[in-house]
Design a protein around this ligand. Sequence first.
Ligand code: GDP
Ligand code: MG
Length: 163
Amino acid sequence: MLPIVVIAGRPNVGKSTLFNRLAGRRAALVADTPGVTRDRKEAEATLRGRRVRLVDTAGLEESAPETLYGRMRASSATAVSGADLVLFVVDARAGITPPDAHFADWLRRQGRPVLLVVNKAEGRAGANAALEAYALGLGDPVAVSAEHGEGLADLMREIADRL
Ligand code: GDP
Ligand code: MG
């Protein structure tokens, strides 16, 4: 069984962009898990020589703001429970939002290893958001720009080191 790396976080932080970057060209697409989360995507990828199964979580984009946290949790719970590592993605441009903080609290209680990823960290947004992100209590954040391809080698090393 390959180690399972789950990408979680609120809508629009760049989870799918990061998934595509990490999965890369050589990724073999794996069929979506039927009946679970229709838009969950999985791929096999090689990160620093480690073969992993990547899981992109989704399905929250249409939710109302007051239900966002509950829906984040509901859609991520199954994936997180089977994860060898959770990449918890936050958005440097938006900063740390209340749903991020709630989700972080929940995630800490799940007992799965978590790596905090500050995405959209290109330019000056990155440093401020990384400082804010420390306060989530999930360890040292790794700053990346999934869209611009920055910080990905560091992120892959951090992932491989935790598996
Ligand atoms: P998801 O809802 O978490 O899966 O987020 P998506 O991957 O769909 O991305 C949401 C939006 O953020 C899209 O418009 C992306 O192009 C944009 N985005 C993703 N990564 C970055 C990044 O590193 N920097 C910036 N500025 N935008 C990004
Ligand atoms: Mg997505």
